[in-house]
Design a protein. Sequence first.
Length: 526
Amino acid sequence: MAQDPDLKLDDSGANRQTTRDGYETMTTQQGIPVADDQNHLKAGAPGPMLMDDFHFREKMFHFDHERIPERVVHARGYGARGVFEATDDLSDVTSAGLFQKGKKTPVFTRFSTVAGNKGSPDVARDVRGFAVKFYTDEGNWDLVGNNIPVFFIQDAIKFPDLIHAAKPEPDRGFPQAQTAHDNFWDFASLSPETMHMIMWIMSDRTIPRGFRFMEGFGVHTFRLIDAEGKSTYVKFHWKPKLGMQSVAWNEAVKLNGADPDFHRRDLWNAIEKGDYPQWDLGVQLFDQDFADSFPFDVLDATKLIPEEDVPVRIVGTMTLNENVDNFFAETEQVAFCTQNVVPGIGFSDDPLLQGRNFSYLDTQLKRLGGPNFTRIPVNQPRCPVHTFQQDGHMAMKNPMGRANYEPNSWGTEAGGPREDPDRGYKHYPEEVRGPKTFHRSETFADHYSQARQFYVSQSAPEQKHMADALTFELSKVEHGKIRSRVVSHLLNIDETLAKKVAKGLRLELPEPARPARAPITDLAPS
Ligand code: HEM
């Protein structure tokens, strides 16, 4: 029989776990009332500790195990609860219930830096994570995005190298900054596919004024799938109602010194005051014909689809209106995964996304100590969950009753859940053929055209900030060859920019890097 959590312990009806002056009585994890929490049990005073002191041993044991591994990336983050309200109806392109006009879906959102460890300062020059868990009626959908619409690499197999190069160098354990060191620039300069993202990280985007002032992007091309099984490609965009704002580099440096918690404090205070931050969710929708006519591959995560070509359609608003009750329980233990999709939303063949779908669950198995982390309240779906999965560390919701397998013949009373061919998640039946190969598609080969497009789209002060940032960051690189290699790529992006940086570094202008493919001059879809 289930135990009544309010069970009173004594016959008189009063709960004995209350002190005479009205406090809750301190107990051990086993519920034993504690008499002395200031001194351990000893033989004589002073005298050796006695093993009998179960309270001391339990208290110290628990303290000794307080830390769990920090996230391998995005270790420093800050989260809040909220709600997403659909303001437009997307049932013409997706069966996902959360996109029906007026539908409200609870969310948990975590913002983060990528490279710094858990104790690093907030206003570092870095990409920001923007991860949203939607607790929909048909399970959890995680939109695990960043504040920049493109990424450094095209294939997931390069991710460990990118992160090793960006994190502190292994022999010396510094520097913390993502950008200011030889290993990072060595990797970037040897990987021309990073060049578009390099332009973005050298821009003011990577020193936001606060989380409330950031855009967010799903980055990859995903699919929306309608009730008939038709697929439409989609890119997701978050647009802050407060507009996008950044700080200048000298402000960032001062802020990091004066208040390393600047971003988290800003978000917490705004929500406490009732000044709830909001973002509109927008979608860029396009079909295979557009994809075929686009000069770049829509599956290449180092490319974006210009909003002039495919305008962003606003479909809903997210409001963050509740701070967490406990930082560790929620913000630290939340587990996002690109693989968490709901009926009506699907994957594309983006080779970065495909690898991410493996990585998140894998890392969380270790970070959260076993296969049952979906039982942690922040990760629990808000809809019914029925599986035959059982046991493992911290199993808290094993299948009850006789059946823990299927098919079984125990009927609706005792037989447990059944699959639902009508309403269950259906993968988009994309036709696939071709040889097994490591080959990267030729359509991924132009690394400079969109980098240039981004640079020239910036205002004059923004372009100056980018030139200053490149000069400053590369001035921290000790090896001349690496600096020179970066400038050789810049020459393919914008000659004036390359010359400014070379001059700032007192560097002789190198030959331009040899592009893998001729740049695309006409950037509009054909
Ligand atoms: C966190 C892997 C690319 C956004 C993580 C974590 C891993 C990971 C292992 C830690 C997860 C955890 O401990 O819970 C990868 C791999 C990638 C990749 C293998 C490429 C192959 C990206 C991209 C984006 C992104 C392209 C943005 C579109 C995030 C975010 C988090 C994260 C926002 C933090 C989630 C949170 O707040 O808990 N990633 N990542 N990652 N990643 Fe990625």
